[in-house]
Design a protein around this ligand. Structure first.
Ligand SMILES: NC(=O)c1ccc[n+]([C@@H]2O[C@H](COP(=O)([O-])OP(=O)(O)OC[C@H]3O[C@@H](n4cnc5c(N)ncnc54)[C@H](OP(=O)(O)O)[C@@H]3O)[C@@H](O)[C@H]2O)c1
Length: 271
């Protein structure tokens, strides 16, 4: 086959994945084929990325060894109807559609099609994404490794059972929005104390980035890292006392649980 990777629905997520694998040298541009629905978007995409883009999903499905389906959940059924004739055991299908289960995808594809359901987040667009992958029954370890490497080109990736996908959605899928609010609020604190908005936002964002990097790089429990920066009778413990009184912990826990519940509901009514 002519192409290693076909991305059906190369919108925000699909375009980020294409750009990621190319910039990491994982797959050359001439081994990738993209599809979108509108001619205007197709032309823009081709000009921006220098990767061939078409408006025929069937062509992508026929010509590519591995497919990423990155259309909106409401468009999955239509896209699957257009490509299912080319699917089968020899072709990997990776879906990024939120709330569309492996069962739904498998029911729309020929028996034995290897299918992987994923949940990336928008940070794939800047190479700092977090993606969870759940393989279906027909997926071999080498195919799963290939798919994982594609998402690792755009950040971190790990494999979970499909039963954990709602939790992943509530945490890393929706999480960027929670953290933007945390950053905005920390910056508001700085502004309240007289810092300019720009300075306060840079201080807040880099503080979140540094703390997150420390957790990932050291592998230490966050509580231990918190203790390391909390001097007895010092300044930070006063700030922590305010956070505890404001129930920050329980609020964040409930945000993740609520979003996961919503993801579970939508799973039965994908939009
Ligand atoms: N954005 C996120 O944070 C995020 C996070 C996790 C998962 N996801 C999932 O990732 C998927 C993509 O999200 P997105 O934000 O990247 O959406 P998006 O920007 O709207 O991209 C979807 C693209 O699909 C194209 N499309 C629609 N129907 C098509 C068809 N039948 N054949 C080919 N292309 C078609 C559209 O093309 P036109 O522009 O030409 O109409 C559009 O560019 C969704 O299923 C979403 O649930 C997104």
């Amino acid at each position: 086959m002519a192409y290693e990777l076909g991305i059906i629905g190369a919108g925000k997520i699909g375009e980020a994945l294409a750009a990621g694998v190319v910039s990491r040298g994982l797959i050359p541009k001439d081994r990738i084929l993209l599809s979108v629905r509108s001619e205007r978007h197709r032309a823009e995409l081709e000009a921006r990325l220098g990767i061939r883009a078409v408006t025929e999903d069937g062509l992508v499905a026929r010509e590519c060894d591995n497919l990423i389906l990155a259309v909106k959940p409401k468009d999955v059924a239509e896209a699957m109807a257009g490509i299912s004739g080319s699917l089968g055991p020899a072709k990997l299908l990776v879906s990024t559609a939120a709330g569309v289960s492996l069962g739904m995808l498998e029911a729309a594809a020929p028996a034995g099609t290897p299918i992987i359901r994923t949940m990336p987040n928008m940070a794939v667009a800047i190479g700092q994404g977090m993606t969870a992958l759940s393989p279906g029954r027909a997926v071999t370890s080498s195919r799963l490794e290939w798919a994982t490497s594609v998402f690792r080109a755009c950040g971190r990736a790990l494999v979970v059972g499909e039963e954990d996908m709602d939790a992943v959605t509530g945490l890393s899928g929706s999480g960027p929005a929670y953290i933007y609010i945390v950053i905005e609020s920390l910056a508001d604190g700085g502004v309240k104390l007289g810092l300019s908005r720009d300075v306060a936002t840079e201080l807040a964002a880099q503080t979140v980035l540094g703390a997150a990097a420390n957790v990932l790089l050291t592998g230490e429990h966050p509580a231990k890292l918190k203790d390391q920066v909390t001097t007895p009778a010092g300044v930070t413990i006063d700030g922590i006392l305010e956070l505890e009184e404001g129930r920050l912990r329980v609020t964040l826990i409930k945000a993740v649980v609520k979003a996961a519940e919503r993801a579970r509901q939508l799973m039965h009514r994908p939009r």
